[in-house]
Design a protein around this ligand. Structure first.
Ligand code: MN
Length: 247
């Protein structure tokens, strides 16, 4: 089985989410051949040189998973885009560019985190370009961890303050951008997260029917997409409450 998850936003203050994630990995370990984490695994990531107990625990579990012969893929989210080579080595995860195309059940499937699709949010798109500027990041990563934490917190506060004045439509994906990306990559299936609006959307790309699968965030439920990867391709979007024993 092939699994897709995103937007766990793991952090110290939410041990329930960490527990749900460890439980999820246990539950899929036998059946899984591949796991794709499509961004925002962590609420914050300021460089691979940090190694908090939470980060160490998650990395160790991912390493066990990949060492058991499972293919593990990670795509950056807007919260953890500083995850790099060292994380990749420590977990056995292959870092995928955003966007990426994978072949499943004789079909090309477009994978994205989703934040770059929110083009109506002009302020965010500008902010994204600023924080992902290589010169900015180079300088940022050379600073001590403490200073990086302060900057990251300030950036999050700025972003939260500006989000309060935005309406819900602005913070969702722009459908024209979705269609443009899908047409540009010649796909009619897409999977992304980020918006915390889990749903399967039907749409048309170049006059042909298409589907957009949106993963949910792990605030109260384990959201995942599951497929055997065989043709005809069937993708199942699932939500399981944290207290439930199934995944
Ligand atoms: Mn995100």
């Amino acid at each position: 089985m092939i699994y897709f998850i995103s937007d766990l936003h793991l952090e110290e203050s939410r041990p329930d989410i960490t527990g749900a994630f460890l439980h999820f990995i246990d539950s899929i370990e036998e059946s899984a051949s591949q796991l794709y984490i499509l961004g925002d695994l962590f609420e914050s990531w300021i460089g691979d040189d940090e190694n908090t107990p939470l980060q160490a625990r998650i990395k160790k579990r991912l390493k066990q998973f990949s060492s058991a012969g499972k293919a593990l893929f990670f795509m950056h989210g807007n919260r953890d885009f500083l995850i790099g080579e060292q994380f990749s080595k420590e977990t056995g995860a292959t870092i995928l560019p955003d966007p990426s195309i994978i072949r499943l059940g004789k079909q090309d499937v477009l994978l994205m985190h989703g934040d770059s699709l929110c083009t109506a949010d002009k302020g965010y798109i500008k902010f994204r370009a600023m924080i992902r500027n290589p010169d900015f990041l180079d300088t940022f990563l050379k600073r001590p961890l403490e200073e990086r934490h302060t900057t990251a917190r300030q950036l999050r506060e700025m972003s939260q303050a500006s989000n309060q004045h935005k309406n819900m439509e602005i913070m969702d994906v722009t459908i024209e951008e979705v269609v443009r990306e899908m047409a540009a990559h010649k796909v009619n299936i897409m999977i992304h997260g980020h918006t915390h609006r889990p749903m399967i959307h039907d749409l048309h790309v170049g006059g042909l029917p298409a589907k957009r699968y949106v993963l949910g965030d792990w605030d109260k439920k384990i959201w995942s997409i599951k497929t055997d990867g065989l043709a005809p391709l069937k993708l199942e979007l699932k939500a399981v409450s944290f207290r439930n024993d199934e995944a």
